[in-house]
Design a protein around this ligand. Structure first.
Ligand code: IMP
Length: 178
């Protein structure tokens, strides 16, 4: 793997497709163990998580359902500014075991606003799986139950993650080149 270019920036290899695949199998094994005999519903957050969700899903052996949602932020009426709303959440999660799938938790802002909305619907359990987490960027601490990789506070692309719309189709993960 060598340097790639997305828009005006250069990115260097960081996590190979093989590393990601291996880690996903490990996470799936944990999930299969934890949810044995249950029927969890996974809520994957678009756009970034679509590749991770698909690859993770193929490794699950318990009975699972999946629902893809999009989070849209709009200007709230209060001075607090942005309000996040979920589009496409058509599954009734009351009393269900729910697992939210994210591509990356950066500051934690997105999930800190979205998770209370899910709790409000009274699932019987609510867990988070994310491929990537930038612990140093945390502003809103999020309890992460299943983690692929903790990464430094650097911008990454590939494997579903984009830089200004591009790079999601790259099979590996690259970080901004120094
Ligand atoms: P948070 O709300 O700050 O946790 O940010 C979460 C969202 O920001 C993710 O779902 C991504 O869409 C985006 N994001 C954060 N860091 C990166 C990155 O390094 N590359 C691409 N997208 C990122």
């Amino acid at each position: 793997m060598s340097i790639i270019h997305v828009h005006d920036k250069s990115f260097q290899p960081y996590l190979t497709a093989e590393m990601i695949k291996t880690r996903i199998k490990e996470i799936a094994a944990d999930i299969n163990k934890d949810y044995a005999g249950k029927r969890p519903v996974f809520i994957a957050i678009l756009n970034g998580s679509f590749i991770f969700a698909a690859d993770l899903f193929k490794e699950l052996t318990v009975d699972v359902e999946v629902c893809f949602i999009k989070l849209a932020s709009y200007k709230g009426t209060r001075s607090t500014g942005q309000v996040i709303t979920a589009i496409g959440l058509d599954t009734d999660i009351f009393g269900r075991d729910v697992v939210v799938i994210e591509d990356i938790v950066d500051t934690g802002k997105t999930l800190s606003e979205f998770l209370p909305q899910l709790h409000h619907q009274q699932p019987s359990s609510l867990k988070i799986v994310t491929l990537l987490h930038k612990p140093e960027a945390t502003v809103f601490p999020i309890p992460i139950d299943y983690l692929g990789f903790a990464i430094p506070n650097e911008f990454v692309v590939g494997y579903g993650l984009d830089y200004d719309g591009l790079g999601r189709n790259i099979p590996a993960i690259y970080k901004l080149a120094e």
